[in-house]
Design a protein around this ligand. Sequence first.
Ligand code: SIN
Length: 522
Amino acid sequence: MSVTDVLVVGGGIAGLTAAIRVADLGHAVTVINRAESPQESNTRYAQGGIIWEDEFPESLAHDIDMAGDKIGGERASRILADEGGPFVASFLIDRLQVPFDRDSAGEIHRTAEAAHSRPRIIHVKDQTGAALQEALTREASRHPLIRIATSATAVDLITSTHHSRLRGAIYEQTAVLGAYVLSGDAVETMLASYTVLATGGLAALYAYSTNPEGARGDGFAMADRCGAHIVDMEYVQFHPTAFRREGCPAFLISEAVRGEGGILLNLAGERFMERYCPDLLELAPRDEVSRAVALEMRRTAAANVLLDLSPLRARGMDVSARFPGIHRTCLGMGVDIRTDSIPVAPAAHYTCGGIRVDGWGRSNLRNMYAVGEVSCTGLHGANRLASTSLLEGLVWGKRAAENICGNFEREDFARWEIPDWDITEVVAEPNLEWSAQMHARLREVMWENVGLVRSEETLGQAWREVSAMAIDVEEAYRHTRLTDLLVGLRNAVQAALLVITQARRNRGSRGCHYREDYPPAE
Ligand code: SIN
């Protein structure tokens, strides 16, 4: 058993920012990351960049609202627009010295992205996430009040209502008191006065995804099991341009490529966006571009469309220098972006919904905060504006830390009588092959039935199949020695059901939730 002031579950931009700010303010933090390396997180894979809008916050708030189909929370977009710019400057640029690209005059370069009314995305080539992750990990690792535990998987949150043996605890407001954490073969009781979930999203539950396998919905499922409010899960955002070639893994081709002038062509060489979004073309909001690509693929019976970089080259841009990560990865798959177009198709990318939190990252459960993609601050509405996610993680990570430390009360753990993890029902050894097969089947079901275009029929089909999987997985979970894979499978199935049931309940089409049986009003 261990005790800390604040437990942060997840080590990407939101979790590490929260940890650093809590430690700055004098409290001890433990960060757990299920990966072997503290450098691994979904943040690391972000390519395009992060918004730095220090001049026109109103225009940023307006763009966020428009991209989100005007259902997002105005308070959230004001917080992001007002606080984001100054915090990027003081924290990322001045303190962490993130090496953002600069122009010939030495100014930080700002690029354009879809649905932004002005260039405001700052970047480190096409590997912004990796640069941020490195800087944050370096800062957190040298902070004396921060402990980072790797290969540590949260199995379940510890709560007063579900785990305490104290008489009457079940009738009090649920308090989150830390987590049971799998490390090696043992499950440790990690008690914490405050718990911050920063586990990222669930896009890896789809057969085609831009996310690493860790984006499997752990945080949504753990929070759901304790009674957190989870909303807007139907709004799963699909990125229009992931690398797509038979036999090759999907891989993000940053929106910045279109921001710099890349155009989309069908296999006959036609610029089809002229028919779908004649005003904004390739820089229309992401949900519209993704659907246009999918419809064009269907219309032409093609497995992909093409992202043509010739306008960038015609301007004299050395595309391999501007996009070195994309260049390297494409080259490994037989595509040279200096001469070739890139075969692309949509892939699951971002979870707009999540654990409902307020402007400070507070959930409805006492002492549980959620920050970053696992949370729903209301910022994204029905569709996220490109490059807002890193900034949201940063701003809410900071705000959650400041709220915790400003109201800090140490929990009296002895009072709650929390038992250690119980393994008395464990009788079976893990079946890794079965777990991997179930994961693979889940991804197919989600892609086929809960993808860019859904209907009552496809959602019903997914609900029946995933509900049946949930029964088998829960049985296995109860009787099998735990592994990270099994914990993840259990969470994945539960998170998928959250998406399916919320998508089924929402009989309308808006932003990234498009129902064929309820098309949007013209
Ligand atoms: C990209 O580089 O296209 C991803 C940026 C984002 O999703 O915000």
